[in-house]
Design a protein around this ligand. Structure first.
Ligand code: FSO
Ligand code: SF4
Length: 538
């Protein structure tokens, strides 16, 4: 195995024995083989499109799901990858049969082994390092593209589940993976392709925003209790709002309270979800604290997407996976088929009494923020708001991530902190007060809602008649997995400069590629909160 797609990669260079995330070498090799097979499907689909033939939308939908399943902390179950590889090859062959052109030898002609052991052996031959490339900088950009495509695939899958699709997004997924097996492009072409990935991700996030708000309404500012209500309980984690909606429907009137964990917190802001009286509150913090928090939860737990951590034995019997998520030994239920989760919750003790642990607020999506744009602009013009910080991105286990807590604590009282994704759990319950009625801490949603932050930045720039880079706005980003890579590429595509990125920089960027980013985008690693605040605020 060799994997260096996420921020916690071993020694900051790559996991080659066992994933720090818990991914086994077998699963890593199988995921590599799936990406290899998808590259072949991508070649077939790209050739079909060039020949003017239709590629069915169902192929795109499958492609996104399969690629999403290789994202960090989604699926750790080797048994799930054989069927995905077989279906990929079947889809490829169905398309290839319609083609006039002959597909090249390699991913497009690969024949999967008949059993899991054979597939694992094949996977070991088709890792990231086996992608044809001799130039280390182009290899770095090829890998960056693959990781960005994984991020797009995740967003495209979420959007498609709620009925929003764009064939152009799928076409880019096909072409992107197919391009990693080409050797006729120079470094400049590759920089262009990687930026294009950011552009396509923006379109995908736009689709997802339309999907979420179309299905469940525009989020509204909402107070969310952090304590518990006496009674049976189910905890829902991950990012899939449809799973949550289905669970709310299926538990209505059953005396079970539904709690969010991690990235599900912003779900409380959606009118069509918050209307359920048994959708009670939020429990716990970010994904890396599952061991402690899940072990203490007195009900069933449902993981709808990443990030799942290896379940401890104490709660392995209570945790359920659905959709693309998998952990060997954890019960998997089909999307929307939550009977076993409900049964388990009813058999467990639940919370014995009401407990009050205070509240937090969420629901500041672009619609809500734009609704008070007039007041925000006036406050900036009157000098009451000096600066905005977008402190956003993922959380993780590294101690260096305390930077983000300290940064928010030290941000002066005349500044506003916008946040999104699970990194917010480092400071989400801080009481930062308000500026003339505008809360100083605005939770814009999941990492899946990064589109909201971009919309707000663009609207502010329009109101002040300047570019986004001229706004009194600084982006302080934390990254962890490949959705964050896709978002970062989107911000680069939009020409955003001066981003601060931590806690460490991606291992897959060579020094030359990093230099390019520094020279053209003034991207910087985080230093200390004091130094960074001083540099930003002067
Ligand atoms: Fe976090 Fe995990 Fe949302 Fe990521 S739960 S780390 S960027 O998968 O998806 O923010
Ligand atoms: Fe290592 Fe991250 Fe890959 Fe897991 S996803 S194997 S932690 S680089």
């Amino acid at each position: 195995m060799f994997c260096y797609q996420c921020e916690q990669t071993a020694k900051g260079t790559g996991c080659d024995k066992l994933g720090v995330c818990g991914k086994t070498p077998e699963v890593s090799d199988l995921q590599d083989l799936l990406v290899y097979a998808l590259t072949g499907l991508g070649q077939a689909a790209t050739t079909a499109a060039a020949e003017g033939k239709d590629v069915p939308l169902t192929t795109g939908r499958f492609f996104a799901k399969a690629l999403f399943s290789t994202l960090t902390n989604v699926n750790f179950d080797a048994a799930d990858f054989g069927p995905l590889i077989e279906k990929t090859v079947a889809e490829r062959d169905a398309l290839a049969a319609t083609l006039t052109a002959k597909l090249p030898e390699g991913p497009a002609t690969f024949v999967p082994a008949a059993d899991l052991d054979g597939l694992i052996k094949q996977g070991a031959q088709h890792g990231l390092k086996d992608i044809p490339e001799t130039d280390p900088d182009i290899r770095s950009l090829k890998h960056t593209l693959i990781f960005g495509l994984k991020g797009i695939a995740a967003y495209a899958d979420h959007a498609a589940i709620l009925g929003q699709e764009d064939p152009a997004v799928y076409a880019f997924l096909y072409k992107g993976l197919a391009d990693t097996f080409t050797t006729d492009k120079n470094l400049g072409d590759w920089v262009g392709l990687v930026l294009k990935c950011g552009e396509v991700n923006l379109r995908t996030m736009e689709l997802l925003d339309a999907a979420n708000t179309g299905a469940y309404g525009n989020p509204v500012p909402t107070v969310v209790p952090l304590g518990a209500r006496a009674g049976k309980a189910i905890l829902v984690s991950g990012h899939d709002l449809k799973d949550l909606k289905d669970l709310l429907e299926q538990t209505a009137g059953k005396g079970i309270n539904i709690y969010t964990h991690g990235e599900m917190l912003p779900a409380h802001g959606y009118p069509e979800l918050k209307k359920y009286p048994h959708f009670y509150g939020h429990y716990g913090t970010a994904w890396q604290n599952q061991h402690k928090e899940f072990a203490a939860f007195p009900g069933a737990i449902l993981m709808t997407t990443n990030c799942i951590q290896k379940p401890a034995a104490s709660y392995l019997g209570n945790i359920f996976t659905t959709g693309l998520v998998g952990w060997p030994g954890a019960t998997h239920v089909k999307n929307g088929d939550f009977g076993p989760v409900i049964e388990k919750a009813l058999a467990m003790p639940g919370f014995p009494e009401d407990t009050d642990k205070g509240t937090v607020m969420t629901g500041f999506g672009h619609n809500a923020v734009m609704g008070v744009a007039g007041a925000v602009i006036d406050a900036v013009k009157a000098g009451k708001i000096r600066h905005f910080f977008l402190v956003a991105g993922c959380d993780g286990a590294k101690p260096g991530r305390n930077y983000y807590t300290e940064f928010v604590e030290k941000a002066p009282a005349d500044t506003i902190v916008l946040t999104l994704a699970c990194g917010k759990f480092r400071f989400f319950d801080k009481k930062l007060g308000d500026i003339g009625g505008i809360p100083r801490l605005l939770d814009m949603g999941q990492c899946n809602d990064a589109y909201s932050a971009i919309q707000v930045a663009v609207a502010l720039a329009k109101a002040f008649d300047c570019g986004v880079n001229e706004l009194p706005l600084s982006m302080i980003l934390s990254w962890y997995e490949q959705k964050a890579v896709a978002i970062l590429l989107t911000l680069l595509h939009l020409g955003i400069k001066n981003m601060r990125l931590g806690p460490t920089l991606p291992a897959f960027l060579t020094p030359n590629v990093l230099n390019f980013l520094v020279e053209n985008y003034d991207i910087k690693p985080i230093s200390t909160p004091d130094e960074d605040l001083k540099a930003i605020l002067g």
